[in-house]
Design a protein around this ligand. Structure first.
Ligand SMILES: *[C@@H]1O[C@H](CO)[C@@H](O)[C@H](O)[C@H]1NC(C)=O
Ligand SMILES: *[C@@H]1O[C@H](CO)[C@@H](O)[C@H](O)[C@H]1NC(C)=O
Ligand SMILES: *[C@@H]1O[C@H](CO)[C@@H](O)[C@H](O)[C@H]1NC(C)=O
Ligand SMILES: *[C@@H]1O[C@H](CO)[C@@H](O)[C@H](O)[C@H]1NC(C)=O
Ligand SMILES: *[C@@H]1O[C@H](CO)[C@@H](O)[C@H](O)[C@H]1NC(C)=O
Ligand SMILES: *[C@@H]1O[C@H](CO)[C@@H](O)[C@H](O)[C@H]1NC(C)=O
Ligand SMILES: *[C@@H]1O[C@H](CO)[C@@H](O)[C@H](O)[C@H]1NC(C)=O
Ligand SMILES: *[C@@H]1O[C@H](CO)[C@@H](O)[C@H](O)[C@H]1NC(C)=O
Length: 810
């Protein structure tokens, strides 16, 4: 089978060119009871002039056929209507003109594949017309069905004299040779607007239009007449006819060719471009179909859809070709998910994201750059840096494991983007703006520290997880995929909870030293000048300020742990190593530890601006914008602890005293991992309540499983405190009903008097919409029922205004 080695498109062209010995009935008149059989030599029903034929066309899979109408007088078969794109008919299938059901297509087993629906009355005859319309008539020659107007079988082509009325739709195919339903639609909406949209298959949910004619009735104070019908007349002109008879030409271009010498068709191509084509009728011409005009003008730039996939697949880049059609391609470092689908999504050739970065030795040069001028992915951004130089932009993206691409625009803005990227395009109007694409040189370079069999199972498993998830996301939203995704996510959740139940052995003592410095007690005693300056006192011990030598002298915070635990050295070092491996810009970094007999100390970086408690509850009310940044930062840090680091951590004691502020007032969560460290044999239902009064989730009192949702609860309380700049419990308050912040806030919310919470905070009052949103998020977080509380991921999405915040239940 030499043919099997040919590229599919060539194969199809060959098949289409195969001489088909058509024994055709040529007056176009078919009577009830006539039928055609699907076969290589099958006959067809021709129109009187022979311009059009109705019958079976070969499919790209040569054992299958497509019931279709095509131009019969030109060399390459050009299909203009097809019945069964999603259900190809096997060889031997039959289409029959029946009196009661119109056209019926059945496979050799007599299973119905398709039928012309909505037949009223009895069909007497069928006619293949010279316009390309297949018409079913009753005995009075009244039309009961026609291929020009077959809403249950939308196809992709309009022919001259064929109208698209309100509610009418053209639907693209999958690819040039695959007639399954594609994801582009041309619709004349009920409001008279003609639009081009992408839909999210397999549903018909339409994204924002990427072209709209604007022929609606709106337009105060001069309302115009809405579009009634899209007319494609015999001369090859296409216009929208308004209710008042006015014509709106679709493009300024006019067909210079005459309909006497040329065939016309207007097709919604599989790549989303709606094009008017002409083809000479003369058989001695060697010209094929040539485009006369197309919509939209530049599909790469027109198609900014905030949801959905855009013209090319995810991570792909759209370039406009000279014929007005798009070309899709993967950037360097990425390749096609489906090598046969040039227009599909691209996947990175490396494992993207934070997991991999974490496994690499620090300071390693992990990435190279691909710079593409005038290239952009206008959605998918999650951070904007401005003003910013190109080098700062690059550096910021490099240091941020979430960042896949940074777009640097002249005018000094830097947009950081995460995967999957969508709506990628080349756009000359970017005036030299650049896409800086981060490409990993290698997959994780750190040899996973020789794991004695199953000691190091987590990171690897996670990678596969991530890959599968990314793959699924890339595949787009078929229902099946979504179900799998949900199952995968649930499994992820499950294993997350499961892992928390059983403290994991992450590394042995030797790898602790890889990441963290091991201090002697004496060293730390000297560093803190004999534990002189006390910074704070917490549930786990006292914190002292110190100075150590790490190249230069560095201020540190040394935490002397209470001797309240009896567990062995191995567990201590294991947990410390977990903490030491957990890096995020919203977490306080552990630098080292000391483990000498009963003396156990942790050495953290020192943060200059103290705790959030001092910041919020001081004399001066901090600025609203800074508070917002802090609230979002804490949420990100918690999200990282819960979901994104390799060994998930429940904090158990989120409160303003445990949140520190660095030089730039970034929120940094402290003391994470300690709850577990100090209660090694922590079981899932625990009577020993941890955490701090006022912030503790009710789960602790109710013998419920302790999950990450306890942190969500505490976060909700802290969020309210940040909004209101007051403590959650305030006994000296003048009024009793204000003593408990959560209750008071809810009362205010119910009564619509949220302003009272803010006490003349002008900045926050000016930003009332956001303030209300944040209050609602807080109420979601402090739901009694842990299952009602959102995850931290959802919380960050709500705070970032990526998803809507619904009205919280009482
Ligand atoms: C089609 O054939 C039927 C019966 O043979 C005849 O009555 C009818 O007039 C024909 N219609 C056309 C349009 O030729
Ligand atoms: C088509 O070919 C098959 C076998 O190859 C033959 O039996 C059949 O009669 C042919 N039909 C027509 C209409 O030529
Ligand atoms: C298409 O619309 C035009 C204008 O309304 C009308 O004159 C014509 O008859 C319509 N053609 C068909 C086939 O319905
Ligand atoms: C056509 O595309 C659909 C959807 O992607 C796919 O399921 C089907 O297998 C394809 N058909 C052929 C013949 O390639
Ligand atoms: C088609 O429409 C154009 C523009 O309205 C008009 O000039 C032309 O006469 C029409 N042709 C026919 C055959 O109606
Ligand atoms: C056929 O194509 C050739 C080269 O592509 C061109 O020179 C020639 O003029 C064409 N003939 C006609 C009739 O268009
Ligand atoms: C990285 O790993 C992925 C998945 O295992 C693999 O497909 C890819 O080829 C690797 N890339 C490099 C540069 O080693
Ligand atoms: C990538 O990994 C390969 C094999 O693990 C190694 O030989 C190569 O030096 C690495 N390249 C870089 C740039 O780290």
């Amino acid at each position: 089978m030499a043919m099997a080695f040919l590229p599919p498109w060539l194969l199809v062209s060959l098949l289409i060119l195969l001489p088909i010995s058509t024994v055709a009935q040529s007056n176009g008149n078919i009577t009830a009871g006539d039928s055609l059989i699907a076969a290589a030599n099958s006959s067809s029903w021709l129109s009187p002039s022979g311009d059009f034929a109705f019958g079976f066309s070969p499919h790209s899979d040569k054992d299958f056929f497509l019931l279709s109408i095509w131009f019969a007088n030109i060399p390459d078969r050009t299909i203009v209507w097809y019945a069964n794109g999603d259900k190809p008919a096997p060889r031997g299938s039959k289409v029959e003109l029946t009196a009661d059901r119109g056209l019926v297509l059945t496979d050799p087993q007599d299973q119905q594949l398709w039928s012309s629906q909505t037949i009223i009355g009895t069909v007497a005859s069928g006619v293949m017309t010279d316009e390309g319309n297949f018409v079913l008539q009753d005995r009075e020659f009244t039309t009961v069905w026609e291929s020009f107007n077959s809403p249950t079988t939308p196809t992709d082509t309009l022919l001259p004299t064929q109208n698209l009325t309100r509610g009418g739709v053209l639907s693209s195919r999958q690819s040039e040779t695959n007639f399954s339903t594609g994801r582009f639609r041309l619709r004349l909406q009920q409001d008279g607007n003609l639009v081009l949209v992408t839909v999210n298959l397999p549903t018909d949910y339409a994204n924002e239009a990427y072209y709209a004619s604007g022929t609606t009735s709106s337009g105060d104070p001069n309302p115009s007449s809405p579009g009634r019908v899209l007319v494609f007349n015999e001369s090859g002109y296409m216009f929208i006819l308004r209710d008042n008879g006015q014509q709106v030409r679709l493009t300024q271009g006019q067909p210079v060719e005459s309909s006497a010498d040329f065939y016309f068709r207007a097709t919604l191509n599989f790549d989303g471009v709606f094009t008017l084509y002409s083809h000479p009728k003369a058989s001695n011409s060697n010209r094929s179909w040539s485009p006369l005009w197309s919509l939209p003008e530049n599909i790469c730039v027109a198609s900014l859809v905030s949801e959905g996939i855009g013209v090319c697949g995810y991570n792909s880049i759209c370039t406009l070709k000279a014929d007005g059609r798009p070309m899709c391609g993967c950037p360097r470092g990425y390749s096609l998910l489906d090598p046969d689908d040039q227009y599909g999504s691209c996947k990175p050739d490396f494992i993207p994201g934070c997991e991999e970065d974490r496994l690499s030795p620090p300071g390693e040069d992990l990435y190279t750059w691909e710079d593409l001028t005038n290239t952009d992915w206008p959605s998918s951004d999650y951070a904007l840096l401005r003003p910013c130089t190109e080098n700062q932009c690059r550096q910021s993206c490099l240091e941020d494991c979430m960042c896949a691409v940074a777009i640097f625009r002249l005018g000094n803005s830097c947009w950081k983007k995460k995967l999957p990227l969508s709506n990628g395009r080349v756009d000359s109007s970017l005036n030299g703006g650049k896409a800086l694409i981060k490409i990993r040189k290698n997959n994780s370079t750190l040899p996973v520290p020789d794991p004695p069999s199953d000691q190091y199972p987590e990171p690897k498993k996670k990678n596969q997880h991530t890959l599968i998830l990314i793959g699924l996301v890339l595949l787009g939203g078929s229902a099946f995929v979504i179900v799998i995704l949900i199952v995968a996510v649930c499994l992820g959740r499950f294993s997350f909870i499961y892992h928390n139940k059983q403290p994991k052995i992450i590394a042995n003592a030797s790898s602790v030293q890889l990441n963290l410095r091991c201090f002697t007690y004496k060293e730390l005693e000297e560093a803190t000048d004999g534990f002189k300056e006390e910074l704070g006192k917490g549930a786990f011990g006292v914190v002292y300020k110190g100075t150590i030598q790490m190249g230069s002298s560095v201020h540190v915070a040394v935490k002397k742990l209470n001797n309240s635990f009896q567990d062995g050295e191995r567990e201590f070092r294991t947990e410390v190593s977990v903490i030491g491996q957990t890096h995020h810009k919203n977490l306080v970094r552990l630098l080292g530890f000391c483990d000498e007999g009963q003396q156990r100390l942790l050495v953290y970086e020192f943060l200059s601006n103290g705790t959030l408690a001092g910041f919020l509850f001081g004399d001066l009310k901090p600025s609203w914008n800074r508070r917002i940044e802090i609230a979002i930062g804490i949420a990100r840090g918690l999200l990282y602890l819960h979901e994104e680091c390799s060994s998930p951590i429940i904090h158990c004691d989120i409160k303003p005293q445990n949140i520190l502020l660095d030089d730039y007032y970034n929120a940094r969560i402290a003391d994470f991992g300690l709850a577990k460290l100090l209660m090694m044999n922590q079981s899932h239902t625990n009577t020993a309540i941890r955490g701090t009064k006022g912030y503790v989730a009710p789960d602790w009192f109710r013998h419920m499983p302790i999950t990450a949702k306890v942190d969500v609860y505490s976060y909700g309380v802290v969020l309210l405190e940040i909004i209101c700049c007051r403590k959650s419990v305030c006994m000296e308050s003048d009024l009793e009903d204000k003593a408990i912040l959560t209750d008071w806030a809810y009362d205010c919310y119910q009564e619509g008097t949220l302003d009272a919470l803010l006490e003349y905070d002008a900045e926050a009052l000016d930003d009332r919409k956001r303030m209300e949103k944040f209050v609602k998020v807080a109420f979601w977080c402090i739901q009694e029922d842990p299952s009602l509380r959102p995850t931290m991921r959802k919380v960050t999405q709500m705070l970032d205004e990526v998803v809507e915040v619904l009205v919280p239940p009482y």
